[in-house]
Design a binder for this molecule. Sequence first.
Ligand code: ZN
Length: 267
Amino acid sequence: MSLQKMLEEEARQKNISIDNLILSILTDHVKLNIHTVFQVSTSGALVAGVYDKEVTVGTLLEHGNFGLGTFAGLDGEMVVLDGHVYQAHGSGKVTEATGDAGAPFAVITEFTPDRSGTVTAVGSFADLEARCDAFRSSDNIFYALRLHGQFSRIKTRAVNPPAPGVALTEAAKSQSEFVFENVSGTLIGIWSPAFASEFSVQGYHFHFISDARDHGGHVLDVKADALDFQIEALTDYHLILPETEAYLKANLGRNIAAELDAAERGH
Ligand SMILES: [Zn+2]
């Protein structure tokens, strides 16, 4: 049956016009995307060395305007903010990725904050975690967090592309680290529950992009006097699994949480 025929049939059954039917379908579609997060591949697959192009940046942006991830070949850190996708390279350079750039792993959502406020006296990553914890009402759902303001100090890292097949724990050893002082910018964060450690980065995972869009990366440490804070509860989790040979044949049965923690937190 053609789409037109299906619409006519459904409109007739519901006794409404086709225009009103399409409007109600679009309304449901928009509502669906609130509190919804899309993840491409799993953190375990990254740890196991599966980091080809699984999805394009253009496709990612169809699923949201806010998120984080990495690029094909582990070529830097991905920051998605206000519908723009930035690539923080291991060289320290930040560029805007084109729609056909590839990503092996990404988490993206249409950011729609439920709560906002200010966090103060952030002297370390642990402080940042504690301040954000105060806004979370549950340990059993996911959250998206956005913090903006002046950072007195921020330490980031960006991975450099390793040889094909090298595990993330090895690749993380060739990461570049950067310290920026007195820079204004945005933290893009995802918080994942402990039970998600098999496929996501457990706890807080923050990427940074400066207001000038010239500095960025995966956040290792942070200091700020006061930051504007926004948080959204995420209760609808979509996991998009790759169909590449590398993913389908990877051994993902082993426990990767410890390896991932070492790679993501740098300790
Ligand atoms: Zn990261």
